[in-house]
Design a binder for this molecule. Structure first.
Ligand SMILES: Cc1ncc(COP(=O)(O)O)c(C=O)c1O
Length: 460
């Protein structure tokens, strides 16, 4: 049996948590304005935990030992079920973030949990030096489901790793190797990517992420990475040349603000890649695995715009770390024994779980549900846009990767929503991003939209 954090006991502890003498002293000295704010907060269902809360006590104990790479809000999450999260003080939150497009089957999916326990008790890891039943089974299933999905018609082989960044590292290395096989002079090494892209934080993936905020502290980048303009069809010919070994592009940019590539752009890129012998990589780490209502976001494109490589991660593991690189034979044939590797990547535990996820996320009924739920969201967003026209300028995205373009920093709305029990995240410049679990219910969508409306209204 999986251990569960004793949420109820903690909630009880919270109710009887004694105010410290210093906080009592502080309370008696509060100005009228602050007292009014506190009264307003008391009307919130989930006011952020205060400085003398159990959450703060836990954070204060642990944070000094954690490298400060994230600015986190105060709640401490201890349990999840479906689209809901509970914090250490038993506040309940509707989760429209799904761990940044990861927990597509929701939190604590029963079969996932059962398989995890079963495989953990059977074999977790024996290394890539040996065969196991699940790395191959996952690879076969990913290829079969890709072929039947309407996406990448010549998918042939899979390399399994641990994360999105690692999948992109492998894809870039495979493109370099392919470039060298085609042109042994060493001139065909350039990798093209696009403005506002996000491909990860490791040095290769970061070098393809042309955002000064991410790159500048770690410069110099890996040589040979070239930036193009997303959706600029006219620029493709000059951008992708004989020197290009690979082009990496997100069919829908997630971190960049939920921006969709036009079909024309992807067709032009694919055509040009074929002309110059460059590898076309679709980074579907955020937008793939059923999130748009088909297994891959590019599935609706004509065959000529299919990629040579797809990278996947996030929902492929529903929270268990895994990444995968699907390649066609043009690329796969160039990769030889010893060219690439990983210690943990593709272990039987991760692959058994991903095998289950690929089965579930490629289910046509689930995908139909995604498209229907998407309509509920966009209808609701349309109503919000009508009510707040000065704030919401655009509704973007597809399926359950959706964005609201705002005219201001969404920080206050994110906090107001959280304090009313809804978790949402941001992206790009002033974009609110919605990437809920793919099994979110209609009622939950309605509830979340209501909270969002209240949160926006409260910040006006
Ligand atoms: C499109 C895309 N590519 C790559 C990555 C990097 O994945 P990871 O954080 O698993 O390394 C992300 C993560 O947000 C992503 O959204």
């Amino acid at each position: 049996m999986a251990m569960r954090f004793p949420v109820r006991q903690l909630a009880l502890a919270r109710r009887t948590w004694p105010a410290s003498p210093s906080s009592r002293r502080l309370a008696s000295n509060l100005s009228g304005a602050v007292k009014k704010t506190i009264r307003a907060d008391a009307e919130l269902s989930n006011p952020d935990p205060g400085a003398d809360s159990p959450s703060a006590a836990l954070v204060n104990e642990h944070a000094p030992y954690m490298v400060a790479t994230y600015a986190r809000p105060p709640p401490v999450f201890v349990q999840g079920e479906g689209s809901w999260l509970w914090d250490v003080e038993n506040r309940k939150y509707l989760d429209f973030t799904a761990g940044i497009a990861v927990t597509s089957l929701g939190h604590s999916d029963a079969e996932f949990t059962r398989l995890l326990a079963q495989q953990a008790g059977t074999l977790i890891h024996a290394s890539n030096l040996y065969y196991n039943p699940w790395t191959g089974a996952l690879s076969k299933l990913l290829v079969e489901k890709t072929l039947s999905s309407g996406g990448m018609h010549d998918a042939a082989k899979v390399f399994v790793c641990n994360s999105g960044s690692e999948a992109n590292e492998a894809a870039v290395k495979f493109a370099r190797k392919t470039g060298k096989a085609i042109d042994p002079s060493g001139n065909k090494v350039e990798v093209v990517s696009f403005d506002n892209a996000f491909h990860g934080r490791t040095m290769g993936a970061l070098s393809a992420t042309h955002n000064p905020k991410y790159q500048r502290p770690f410069a110099p980048m890996v040589p040979g990475f070239v930036e193009g303009r997303y959706n600029d069809v006219g620029a493709v010919e000059a951008l992708v040349t004989g020197k290009t070994c690979g082009v990496i592009v997100e069919p829908i940019q997630g971190e960049g603000g939920v921006v969709t590539a036009s079909d024309d752009f992807l067709v032009a890129l694919a055509r040009r890649c074929r002309e110059v012998g460059a590898v076309l990589i679709y980074d579907e780490i955020q937008c793939g695995m059923g999130r748009t209502g088909s297994l891959w976001a590019h599935a609706g494109l004509p065959r000529e715009a299919h990629p040579d490589v797809i990278t996947s991660a996030k929902a492929l593991g529903n929270g268990f770390p895994i990444g995968a690189v699907v390649v066609n034979d043009f690329v796969g044939d160039k990769i030889k024994v010893g060219d690439h590797g990983t210690t943990f990547g593709g272990n039987p535990l991760a692959c058994r779980l991903a095998h289950y996820l690929v089965e579930r996320l490629s289910d046509p009924a689930l995908q139909r549900g995604v498209r229907e739920k998407s309509q509920l969201f966009t209808t609701g967003f349309g109503m919000l846009k009508e009510r707040f026209p000065e704030l919401i300028t655009e509704i973007r995205g597809r399926g359950l990767i959706l964005g609201l373009q705002l005219t201001e920093d969404p920080g206050a709305i994110v906090k107001a929503a959280r304090e009313r029990g809804l978790l949402v995240i941001t992206a790009g410049t002033n974009t609110l991003r919605f990437v809920p679990s793919l099994v979110v219910t209609d009622e939950e969508i309605a509830q979340g939209l209501q909270i969002l409306e209240d949160a926006i209204a409260a910040t006006r």
